[in-house]
Design a protein around this ligand. Structure first.
Ligand code: FAD
Length: 376
């Protein structure tokens, strides 16, 4: 591919790569996206797709709230509702001893001027989620939160990208990136691409891509697991998590229960494979039946684990490379990047097109992680 064909290359065909590509193309860039497997092969195709502002790290709250507004008008952005419903997300206190942590969180949010989280008592909890175990005493709620359908979202973002002129090459893993004057020369399978701008949205493999341009960014790995059950009659609408346990519990439009919460399986980054750890997974099933006793005889139909990068402080890396001009990073979403997809693409487009953004992104700098390693 000659330089004249494209001016920006996005590496990684997950939702963050697609969102960056879409916003860049709409801002007038000529974008090529390269994906080593197929679009949605990794975290974005394995995700629980919770759209959650509830309980976010304070540094993430402003961009998470902006992203939530974007989810509420997602059809206008990508031409499809992406299966997004806003029935709220709740963090349940099973026992009174769990309430102080929720009250403290609420106080912090109010001190910071945020009003999107509230505490509800047992009566309102039972009204919103009648199937919940009666011993639960209350919850923290974000009423505008919800969940989406990840595969529908992937199709919609892809369609929008292609409609905006993004060229997508699948089966093209990037193996080399070299400087050619002020440009970058990328080798990706059969493709040779020369561009001045690269967006690194390579998920679990992003540190390897960063290393190719001289950024040594330490990243850990997650292999979060999911359970899906047979279809049930309508049981609940909000997404439920619980203090002190790894549980995220919701029901899909099709009636299946979708159960996650961050329990970890095994990941092999070189083989690009992940595996379920059934002993760990049983803890999630136990938490689900403790909180929702009526599902104890429901059959599990599928389980899986998805690979994703995590950072030391569980905040993403969003911003320019410290060492390589023209390279921008968007990765390390540490298990909660689905909700941030619309806004991060817009931030990356800002940075590429105008060199700055109005969003507060300094907590997400690559430097914060690189300094730690240098000091170690
Ligand atoms: C089981 C599970 C449940 C989750 N639940 C939630 C949730 O409820 N809410 C939430 O907000 N988030 C959730 N997340 C996190 C969220 O799904 C991720 O943060 C998000 O999907 C990350 O998207 P991405 O595009 O950065 O990464 P990915 O989707 O992994 O995309 C990165 C892509 O880069 C490609 N790539 C890598 N190296 C190269 C290379 N050299 N050349 C070309 N391509 C390359 C990969 O093949 C991959 O397709 C969950 C994640 C998992 C795994």
């Amino acid at each position: 591919m000659s330089r004249s064909a494209f001016d920006t290359a996005v590496i990684g065909g997950g939702l963050h790569g697609l969102s960056a590509a879409l916003h860049l193309a709409r801002a007038g860039r000529r974008v090529v996206l390269v994906e080593q497997n197929w679009v949605g092969r990794h975290a974005s195709g394995a995700t629980a797709a919770g759209v959650r502002t509830l309980g976010r790290d304070l540094a993430e709250v402003p961009i998470s709230l902006e992203s939530m507004e974007m989810w509420h008008r997602i059809e206008a952005i990508v031409g499809d509702h992406c299966g997004f419903h806003s029935y709220g997300q709740l963090r349940v206190a099973e026992f009174t001893a769990h309430l102080p942590s929720l009250e403290k969180r609420l106080e912090t949010m109010h001190q910071q001027g945020y009003g999107h989280e509230e505490i509800i008592d047992r009566a309102e909890l039972l009204k919103l989620v009648p199937a919940i175990a009666p011993h639960c005493v209350g919850a923290l709620i974000a009423r505008r939160d919800g969940a989406a359908d990840p595969h529908r979202a992937l199709r919609a973002f892809r369609r929008s990208c292609e409609g905006a002129g993004v060229v997508i090459h699948e089966g093209c893993g990037v193996t080399a990136i070299d400087r050619r004057g002020s440009d970058w020369h990328i080798r990706a399978g059969e493709q040779e691409i020369t561009v001045p701008v690269i967006v690194n949205a390579a998920g679990a493999w992003a540190a390897r891509l960063a290393a190719l341009v001289g950024d040594d960014i330490p990243l850990g790995l997650k292999a979060s697991m999911m359970i899906v059950t047979e279809r049930l009659a309508p049981l609940l609408k909000p997404v439920v998590s619980v203090v002190g346990r790894s549980l995220s519990f919701k029901q899909s439009d099709q009636g299946t229960l979708v159960i996650g919460g961050g329990l970890q399986g095994r990941a092999d980054i070189d083989a690009q494979k992940s595996a379920v750890d059934f002993t760990e997974l049983a803890k999630g099933a136990r938490a689900a039946t403790d909180l929702f006793p009526s599902v104890k005889d429901v059959r599990i139909t599928r389980s899986w684990a998805g690979i994703e990068a995590k950072t030391k402080d569980l905040l993403p890396v969003i911003g320019p490379s410290p060492n390589a001009s023209g390279v921008f990073h968007a990765f390390g979403f540490s298990g909660h990047g689905f909700q941030l997809v619309p806004v991060v693409g817009s931030i990356i487009a800002d940075l590429v097109v105008s060199g700055k953004t109005q969003r507060h992104i300094s907590p997400f700098s690559a430097e914060r992680l690189m300094t730690t390693r240098a000091a170690a």
